[in-house]
Design a protein around this ligand. Structure first.
Ligand code: HEC
Ligand code: HEC
Length: 139
């Protein structure tokens, strides 16, 4: 009887360890958000990387908030991040391609990626916290 109880306890702990191991090995997959409309960023980008680019490079770099590029959701709640309704989003894509191109062509960075510390030229190089670095009035 005593032995069985011990065995049961050991079994319980072993089971718990297994469950934790399985849960932690699956968590990266669960964190992987499926983005539906990426044309410049890698399709398998992690949510951490994407949020970092949107916040540090785009929001801070241009001195704007998410809604500068992202359209309002149709149901009136928040923003529809996948929508291309705002022209600023497509301009931002062109700027992303340009920025990657400058790094590759003129600074000889072989595999330039936005958000990477290896970039010589970033959004902030020109923008320095303003959306129109040429002084053009905001529309
Ligand atoms: C300067 C413009 C700009 C700003 C500001 C910006 N974004 Fe984005 N965002 C983009 C562009 C462009 C894409 C599409 C990138 C591509 O095609 O690879 C995108 C894509 C996304 C996506 C992926 C949507 C999908 O499913 O395809 C999310 C989520 C997102 N942005 C969230 C945010 C959040 C949150 C903020 C504010 C913290 C933000 N963005 C600020 C330009 C911007
Ligand atoms: C080589 C310099 C340079 C770099 C690098 C650069 N931009 Fe720009 N960007 C400009 C200039 C200049 C303007 C103003 C153009 C205008 O007046 O319409 C601008 C304007 C914009 C606008 C506003 C366009 C409009 O008419 O509404 C967006 C959005 C933008 N940039 C996004 C980005 C993003 C995102 C990055 C980084 C991926 C980036 N830019 C990198 C020079 C740059």
């Amino acid at each position: 009887m005593k032995v069985n109880r011990k065995l049961a306890a050991v079994g319980l702990i072993a089971g718990l360890v297994c469950t934790l191991a399985v849960a932690s090995s699956f968590s990266p997959a669960r964190e992987q958000v499926q983005y539906v409309n990426l044309k410049v960023l890698p399709k398998n980008i992690s949510s951490k990387e994407l949020q970092g680019i949107m916040t540090d490079d785009f929001e801070d770099g241009l001195g704007v908030t998410c809604g500068f590029c992202h359209a309002d959701a149709k149901d009136g709640h928040g923003l529809d991040f996948a929508s291309d309704a705002k022209p600023e989003k497509e301009i931002a894509r062109a700027m992303m391609r340009m920025t990657l191109g400058i790094n590759k062509k003129y600074f000889k960075i072989k595999h330039p990626a936005l958000g990477s510390a290896t970039l010589t030229v970033t959004c902030n190089t020109c923008h320095k916290g303003v959306a129109f670095p040429d002084g053009a009035d905001q529309k």
